[in-house]
Design a protein around this ligand. Structure first.
Ligand SMILES: *Cc1c(COP(=O)(O)O)cnc(C)c1O
Length: 329
């Protein structure tokens, strides 16, 4: 495997399933749709961060850390999976979350508490500033903290998606299935960087169509290429991903990060009712809304085979209960 030389701790139940979405496909009048079920990675209700954390936590342990410190939004799936990974590995965990404590700890935040993480709200400050301060205080207290960036999206964590692309390629080969496009939510750039580097290394030619959750195409292309360059060096790949090779659809950012709108609501309902699969309000609901629109506008052809990479996020549904429930349906 491409990532064989990197330290890795098994946290997920891998490989995750790949299967067809026949009813959703029929409802749309084509294309042929498949899903990669990273909502089923097995760590604390699953999600794409499990794959990255296998590498990030292993690196922390290799450096002798006893405490994981990471950063994110209040409903961060990454924070929840980091808290679970810390518990599973016997490490302490401090989560630095944006803004102030909400009135009720629900969804991911509830699970963060159950996993025993210490939670610090950044208030007016950035999570990066507070994260540095927390790490310094931990060191002063005699602990050995390891700081994992937002989304574990550095060249360490992104290796998880090089391995993921290799896993998928093996599954597709076994199914004798060729996909034209892979569609997924792209936010902190690590997932897409890993997929791009994996595809380059393996000569995998499906289009990797990131749906930008909260950044412009230019920001996304530049940042993905940056992580990809460091990641390629880390796995010893002598090839680079240029910004123009990074595919990013940035027309689906709606009201901004974590703001649930009608497109996300429709996508969540449609997939739930046709396939019995839960998407999430922040990432996969938005990415699927983008996929639906691109199919309806015929940007994606009715004869294509498209794989939707489900990146998880289920617990956040419960934090959006009032907005998801529509009286009358
Ligand atoms: C973090 C996350 C993403 C985005 O992954 P990035 O590597 O940050 O681009 C997508 N979906 C879910 C559910 C996530 O938690």
């Amino acid at each position: 495997m491409l990532t064989d030389r990197l330290p890795r701790i098994r946290l997920g139940h891998l490989p995750t399933p790949v299967h067809e979405l026949p009813r959703l496909s029929r409802a749309l009048g084509g294309p042929r749709l498949y899903v990669k079920r990273d909502d089923q990675t097995g760590l604390a209700t699953g999600g794409n961060k499990t794959r990255k954390l296998e590498f990030s936590v292993a690196e922390a342990v290799r450096r002798g850390a006893d405490t994981l410190v990471t950063l994110g939004a209040v409903q961060s799936n990454h924070a929840r999976q980091t808290a679970a990974a810390a518990a599973a590995c016997g490490l302490r965990c401090v989560l630095v979350l944006r803004g102030r404590a909400p009135a009720a700890a629900t969804g991911n935040l509830l699970l963060d508490h159950l996993f025993g993480a210490r939670i610090v709200f950044a208030g007016e400050q950035t999570v990066e500033e507070v994260g540095e301060a927390v790490a310094a205080a931990e060191r002063a207290d005699g602990h050995r903290p390891f700081l994992i960036p937002v989304g574990a999206s550095d060249e360490i964590g992104a290796a998880g998606f090089v391995a993921a692309l290799e896993e998928l390629k093996g599954q597709l080969d076994e199914l004798r299935l060729r996909v034209d496009r892979i569609v997924f939510a792209s936010s902190s750039f690590g997932t897409q960087a890993g997929l791009c580097v994996g595809a380059k290394a393996l000569g995998f030619d499906a289009k990797l169509a990131g749906i930008a959750i909260d950044s412009t195409r230019e920001e996304l292309q530049t940042s993905v290429a940056g992580i990809a360059a460091r990641l390629a060096a880390r796995i010893g790949l002598h090839a680079s991903v240029t910004p123009s090779e990074v595919i990013a659809w940035d027309g689906y950012r709606g009201g901004g990060y974590a703001v649930l709108g009608e497109p996300e609501r429709e996508a969540i309902r449609l997939v739930a009712r046709h396939e019995g699969i839960l998407l999430d309000p922040v990432y996969t609901g938005r990415a699927m809304a983008g996929l639906l629109d691109l199919v309806r506008r015929r940007e994606f052809g009715a004869n294509e085979t498209i794989l939707f990479w489900h990146t998880g996020g289920t617990p956040a549904l419960f934090a959006y209960a009032a907005e998801l429930l529509d009286p009358g349906t």
